[in-house]
Design a protein around this ligand. Structure first.
Ligand code: DAH
Length: 339
């Protein structure tokens, strides 16, 4: 039997166990209940008394060796399964793209911060607005061209045909809501989306964002308005920025003005961005019209105030040299990633 065992030991040692199938075949052949080793232990009973101790010892050795070989091979195969045995730590990792704040949100945050620092509170109002707030109370009566169907998106109340809503065409209705709810002194800015039924081009979009400003107190003058906008634009576009005010018209302010800032690209000399004028048109402003005060029950003899409004996309386009307003809303990460 001993000779026979030596051959079997040799056979077990060289039996391949490099994959799961081979290992299972090995187990069945040698280690299982019906395997070769079990039957050899059976055979041992018939071995002569002289030979038995040596054969028994050898057989036990072979069994231990066979089991050790099985366990080692099994552990190695499991390691391979999880990849840890041959993991290459030098391969560069996968990079994940991290989201970032949209350039308009960044611009808006910067604007709001500047106004907050000088005492303006941030408020907001609904995007679906009643005509009264968007137009009537802002001294824009029913026949006013600003209400024209071409400009305004009207929304009808399903249950009340006479009640019309509008997608607000500007952030100015927040002035009315603020003045109806609070007593002066008032100092607010109100950013938000506005909607206009416009043909979409590189400079017009049917939805955009504005920021509205309002200051109401005793003895507020045009000088305060100019001071605050001048301060704002110097903070926003840089200390060298110069602001100019030219007469304009808005139903809700009297007098009304258009605010221009000196072109921060050429410093006012004239370039492509400012169309060789040296100035960039930024927004509207003026002194709150007495009719607006009357519509919110504030006595125009006692209080005065200024208001302004500007488009956030426009400010961002000028600051970052963005040529097409549509790019803000196309969600192309190649564009958004630049800021
Ligand atoms: N609401 C105006 C617009 O959308 C902008 C504006 C002009 C706002 C003058 C004001 C203002 O508060 O005083 O064009």
């Amino acid at each position: 039997m001993l000779n026979n065992l030596a051959d079997i030991e040799q056979e077990i040692t060289s039996c391949p166990v490099g994959n799961k199938e081979e290992l299972e075949a090995y187990r069945l052949k040698y280690l299982s209940r019906n395997g070769l080793l079990t039957s050899l232990f059976e055979d041992l009973k018939g071995v002569s008394r002289e030979e038995k101790p040596a054969a028994g010892k050898k057989l036990n050795e072979i069994k231990r060796m066979a089991e050790a070989k099985f366990n080692t091979a099994k552990a190695e195969l499991e390691d391979k399964d999880t990849g840890s045995a041959d993991m290459d730590l030098t391969i560069p990792g996968r990079s994940f793209s991290v989201g970032r704040e949209h350039i308009l949100s960044q611009t808006l945050a910067e604007m709001v911060k500047i106004f907050r620092e000088i005492g303006f509170k941030v408020t907001d109002g609904p995007e679906l607005e009643e005509e009264f707030y968007n137009f009537d109370a802002l001294n824009t009566p029913a026949h006013h061209p600003a209400r024209d169907m071409q400009d305004t998106f009207y929304v009808q109340d399903k249950n009340d045909r006479d009640k019309k809503y509008v997608l607000r065409t500007h952030t100015s209705p927040v002035q009315i809501r603020t003045m109806l709810k609070n007593k002066p002194p008032l100092r607010i800015v109100s950013p938000g989306k506005v909607f206009r039924n416009e043909t979409v081009t590189y400079k017009n979009y049917f939805m955009f964002q504005q920021i509205e400003g309002l200051y109401v107190d005793k003895n507020v003058s045009m000088r305060d308005l100019k001071g605050v906008l001048d301060y704002f634009f110097r903070k926003f576009y840089g200390e060298k920025t110069v602001t100019r005010f030219i007469p304009s018209f808005f139903p809700f302010t009297e007098p009304s003005g258009q605010v221009d800032v000196s072109c921060f690209i050429c410093g006012g000399k004239g370039c492509k961005t400012c169309k060789e004028t040296g100035w960039l048109e930024i927004g509207g402003c003026g002194m709150v019209d007495p009719n607006v005060f009357r519509s919110v029950n504030i006595d125009p003899e006692e209080y005065t105030g200024y208001a302004f409004g500007m488009g956030i996309e426009r400010l961002a386009m000028m600051k970052y040299g963005i040529k097409d307003i549509r790019t803000f809303y196309q969600n192309d990460v190649r564009f958004l990633d630049q800021f």
